[in-house]
Structures are given as C-alpha cells and as structure tokens.
Design a protein around this ligand. Structure first.
Ligand SMILES: Nc1nc2c(ncn2[C@@H]2O[C@H](COP(=O)(O)OP(=O)(O)OP(=O)(O)O)[C@@H](O)[C@H]2O)c(=O)[nH]1
Ligand SMILES: [Mg+2]
Length: 294
C-alpha cells in the first residue's frame, strides 16, 4: 500500500473541486461556474486497493482584492507545504498564461515537491496546445489530459501519481471522505445552493455561519438533525435579494440545501435559516476568524 498527500492547485474555476468529486465519485466539494467557489483547503480522501491518496482541494490562486481573498490565496499556497506531489490544474482551452497562472507558477517554484500538470476540460478542447503552453514554463514530473466532467483521464492521473507516494498504511479510515466535520460539510452544501441560485456578485458577498448543529448521532433523543445557520451579507440590498419576494429565494435555497444535507448525512433535517447584515465582513479580521477564514 501507498499513502500520500497531493495538493490540487490552480487559478479559480479550472475544475479542482470537480476533479475531487470525480476521483471520489461523490459530491465531496461544492462546484460552481463562479470563480472563488472553494474557500478552504480541504483534505479529501481517495481509496483504492493500491493506495490511499489525500487530495487537498484548494481555493483558486488569484490576486486578492480583500482580506477574504488574501486568506483564499494564502491557504492554497500554504497547502503546498508537506505534500508528496502537487498537481497543477489548467484548462484545455487556455491560450495564454495569465497573472493568476504566474502566481500559481511562483508558488509551485517554492514548493519542494514534484509537480504534475493536469489539463482539465478536455471534453471541450484539445489539450495539446495547453501542454505546449504550460510545458514550457517549468519541468513536470508527469502530464495528463483529463475531463472531470466525463471522467476521461481521471484514473490515469491516479496511476501517474502513485509512484510519487511513499509506501505506508492508510492514515484515514476508508469510510472517511473529507477531513472535516459534518457541520462544516452542511455549511458548504448550503453555501453551494447560494451559489446555484444567486447571480453576479451576490454569492461572493455571502458567508454561511452554522450556529447550531444537533445531530441524532450526538443527541439520541432527537429524531431530526437540527441546523440553525446564518447567511451573512454585507448590505441591506443583498439581504433583500437573498430573501426574495415573500421569502421565496430563501425558501428555495433552504429546501435544496436541506435535501442535499439529508442525502449526505442520512438524517431527516430541520434547517432554520436567517439572514444577517455584517458590513464589510470580508475585511473584518474578527468576523473572518469566526467564520473559519483565518
Ligand atoms: N466542460 C467541463 N466543465 C468542467 C470540467 N470540470 C469542471 N468544469 C466546470 O467548471 C466550473 C468550475 O468548476 P469547479 O470545480 O468549481 O472549479 P474550481 O477550480 O474548484 O474553482 P474554485 O473553487 O473557484 O477555485 C464548473 O462550472 C464546472 O462544472 C470539465 O472537465 N469539463
Ligand atoms: Mg473549488
């Protein structure tokens, strides 16, 4: 058996979380067409008969505009410490190397680990030009073309990474999918629905704070998993959008999140949501810390 850690890095929106879900064959991480979907580096555990691979899904590396953005970029770069391999994810359609790619490249050049190049979204483009473009930037220990959407190349990526991982017994119980609490996962599923239903800049202005989480696993006298969560926004206008006419938007988000949490936990869920205005929360050290973004 082999057991090791692989960090998945790259600019926002290239499909890092989609790849994690394709590897684990389940929804371990939230995915959306909006950049900066992932906000925490999360260890996701892949198992097969040959190895346990701890894939760290990371926030997209970008040029930060506020303290939240700084936290996102820093946590992605920080995830490159103490890994056995880094996997740089780019897109088949890429035709030039942008500032965010350069930033990723700089972080990779400081990491003391082999780097694999993975060209994603091959269902919508030919990877050859991306291999040429990125292949000229630095040495790569391995290269693979894949599509997190169709699954093409996903097992080839595992095969390529295996030789870089040390021999050893699994670190995590094989039933564990992510190194995070059920409470964290529930908050993420809820944030994922905010990303699904809201448009433009609004989803980026929303944070989820799970204030109470009482599961029948811990409180056997309860028949339902009880969750109370605050959706934190920056302005009264955003609050109005999030709530919607007669509360319709909040209801829609809540219903979809509840169904996903029920599926993930196996419990029937009572989800209580409220919306709180916290001006400039993305710039507040105090609030960011409370939300786990520090
Ligand atoms: N066509 C196609 N779309 C993909 C593929 N992989 C991901 N996507 C789409 O790309 C978008 C971004 O995917 P994510 O997995 O959220 O990207 P990410 O790199 O985790 O983004 P951040 O968390 O913001 O850094 C979503 O709309 C996905 O459905 C793929 O292989 N093919
Ligand atoms: Mg992501």
């Amino acid at each position: 058996m082999r057991c090791g850690v692989v960090a998945l890095v790259g600019r926002p929106n290239v499909g890092k979380s989609s790849l994690v879900n394709a590897l684990l064959k389940t929804k371990a991480a939230i995915v959306s067409p909006k950049p900066q979907t992932t906000r925490n580096a999360v260890r996701c555990i892949y198992n097969d008969g040959r190895a346990q691979i701890i894939f760290t899904d990371t926030p997209g590396i970008h040029i930060p505009k506020d303290k939240l953005g700084r936290f996102l970029a820093d946590s992605a770069i920080g995830a490159l410490e103490n890994v056995h391999v880094a996997c740089w994810l780019v897109e088949a359609d890429d035709r030039k190397i942008g500032p965010e790619d350069l930033q990723t490249l700089e972080a990779l050049s400081k990491a003391r680990c082999p780097v694999a190049l993975a060209v994603n979204k091959c269902d919508q483009g030919d990877p050859e030009r991306a291999f040429e473009l990125y292949g000229a930037t630095r040495p790569f220990a391995a290269r693979v073309a894949l599509s997190a959407k169709t699954g093409r190349g996903v097992s080839a990526l595992v095969d390529l990474l295996l030789p870089f991982l040390p021999e050893g017994e699994p670190c995590y119980d094989p039933d564990i999918l992510i190194d995070g609490t059920e409470r964290f996962l529930a908050g993420e599923l809820l944030r994922g629905q905010v990303l699904t239903f809201l448009r433009d800049e609004v989803p980026h202005r929303v944070a989820v704070e799970v204030e109470e989480y009482k599961s029948p696993d811990e409180y056997p006298n309860r028949r339902k998993l009880y969750i109370r969560a605050a959706l934190i926004v920056e302005t009264v206008g955003q609050k109005a959008i999030l709530i919607g006419a007669s509360g319709a938007m909040l209801k829609k988000i809540g219903r979809a999140a509840r169904l996903e949490i029920e599926q993930a936990t196996g419990h029937s869920v009572y989800l209580e949501l409220w919306v709180k205005v916290s001006p400039r929360w993305r710039q507040s050290d105090l609030v960011l810390k409370r939300l786990g973004y520090s």
